[in-house]
Write a protein that binds this ligand. Structure first.
Ligand SMILES: N[C@@H](CCC(=O)N[C@@H](CS)C(=O)NCC(=O)O)C(=O)O
Length: 214
């Protein structure tokens, strides 16, 4: 058995977890989980993740199985489990690392999804309660945070760039983010990662093999 089992679907956020697995050069088995009713999904997957969401990562570690869900957590967990990959932040990088990782996984993702669903409010009181304020505020904040630096922590790629990078790549490629120079340049930069290209190719080939259902 490989060290990890990745429950994923090629048309899902599971692509982020696959990218992270390749960044740390981990051995993993994949289980493709089809979209559909809960009852149609593998029992082991449902047991591992009561949310029935992909990606779900199971780490077969020293006679125990450890389940990790949430893409951002998976990126950081793999960086912790494989420190030689050099994806963990140094002490002086930790503030940016955790700030950006949590900002993008929380408020920024909520802002993007809300925008896609057409959920927004101009009411200042509602915006005070919403963790992301408004889509425009979250996008402007991310642009300011990424401006003038190559990566989340400055000049060096870390595990935070897998998650933040995937969100920005998605936003630029699918026009869910405004095409601002900072976003386009950052997306192009992180796409140059060898691990990104390997993982992306695997998922694109799976989509091609599987046909329109992805
Ligand atoms: N917050 C989760 C979101 C996971 C998620 O929503 N996954 C979607 C695919 S991108 C899913 O599994 N949808 C299938 C379903 O809900 O039945 C993460 O970041 O990993």
């Amino acid at each position: 058995m490989a060290e990890y089992t990745l429950y994923t679907n090629p048309m899902s956020r599971g692509r982020i977890a696959r990218w992270a697995l390749h960044e740390v050069d981990a051995r993993y088995d994949q289980v493709i989980v089809e979209y559909g009713p809960r009852e149609s999904k593998p029992a082991a997957f449902l047991k591992a993740n009561p949310m029935a969401k992909v990606p779900t990562l199971v780490h077969h570690h020293a006679c125990h199985d450890h389940v990790v869900t949430e893409c951002a957590a998976i990126c950081h967990y793999l960086a912790e489990m494989h420190p030689d990959a050099g994806l963990l932040p140094e002490a002086h990088e930790k503030a940016d690392y955790f700030r950006y990782l949590f900002f993008v996984a929380g408020p920024f993702e909520q802002a993007s999804i809300s925008q896609r669903m057409g959920w927004s409010s101009d009411d200042p009181q509602a915006q005070r309660m919403l963790g992301f304020g408004s889509f425009e505020l979250a996008v402007d904040a991310l642009e300011t945070m990424l401006a003038g630096r190559d990566y989340v922590c400055g000049g060096r790629f870390t595990a935070a760039d897998i998650y933040v990078g995937a969100q920005v790549i998605w936003g630029v490629d699918f026009d869910t983010l405004p095409r601002r120079d900072t976003f386009v340049a950052y997306a192009e930069r992180v796409k140059q990662r060898v691990a990104y290209r390997i993982a992306d190719t695997i998922d694109e080939e799976l989509i091609a093999e599987r046909g329109p259902q992805g």
